[in-house]
Design a protein around this ligand. Structure first.
Ligand code: CA
Length: 220
């Protein structure tokens, strides 16, 4: 899951980016409205965290532009403006949620999980497939109730595959979920994570679809 942070306060943005990464998200940051619109239009993110006081335009206009282009990407407004009118305005313009600064990061994460659940086919925080269980709230995974020790990227690969079970994820799709802009990606990075994951998971759990990508199937 890729989060776009639209925020001109660099310190806040970097802190947010760090804590989102610790929660297992990939997080990119832009500091103005024009870049935010471009990133959304080019599908570079799954959820937007939007500040309203931006240097080049009002965050509400960013939201308006996104919705005018018929894009339904979840948008959470995160702003110091906390009057009821601002809140109503934001929600009426198509924001999915609204959180006032200062905020408690754990509340932000909980709200992001709601948006995340709304996005996909996944409506529970626990996904279980063939003895492998993934708790996306606790960021824990287990096989037959035995805890799995996964690196952050391994967890992200497993999560992407389990949330899309029965569908094939291409190497490029997995890569885009794992890595942020400008992050150095080895050409075999996804293969390496899959290789490590396979050593920890039941035999045959992750299937290779030759030339296309990877998948896991339910119940087999
Ligand atoms: Ca601001």
């Amino acid at each position: 899951m890729k989060i776009l942070i639209v925020e001109d306060d660099l310190q806040l943005a970097q802190g947010l980016q760090r804590s989102l990464r610790n929660e297992g998200y990939a997080a990119n940051h832009v500091n103005n409205g024009a870049r935010a619109i471009l990133s959304v239009q080019t599908n570079e993110c799954d959820i937007v965290i939007l500040d309203l006081g931006l240097p080049d335009m009002d965050g509400l206009d960013v939201l308006k532009k996104i919705r005018q282009s018929k894009n339904n990407i979840p948008v959470l407004i995160l702003t110091a403006r906390d009057s009821i009118n601002e809140k109503i305005n934001g929600l009426d313009l198509g924001a999915d949620d609204y959180l006032a600064k200062p905020f408690d990061p754990s509340e932000l994460f909980a709200r992001l999980r709601v948006l995340e659940r709304r996005l996909g086919t996944v409506n529970t925080s626990i996904i279980k497939i063939a003895g492998v269980s993934l708790d996306t709230n606790a960021h824990m995974s287990s096989v037959d109730d035995k805890h799995l020790d996964l690196s952050r990227k391994e967890y992200m690969v497993l999560k992407a595959l389990m949330e899309n079970s029965g569908r094939i994820q291409s190497r490029e799709q997995l890569e885009s979920k794992l890595y942020e802009w400008g992050e150095e990606v080895a050409s075999n990075a996804v293969e390496v994570h899959i290789h490590h994951l396979r050593k920890k998971l039941p035999v045959g759990f992750i299937k290779t679809v030759r030339g296309i990508g990877y998948t896991i199937g339910g119940g087999k």
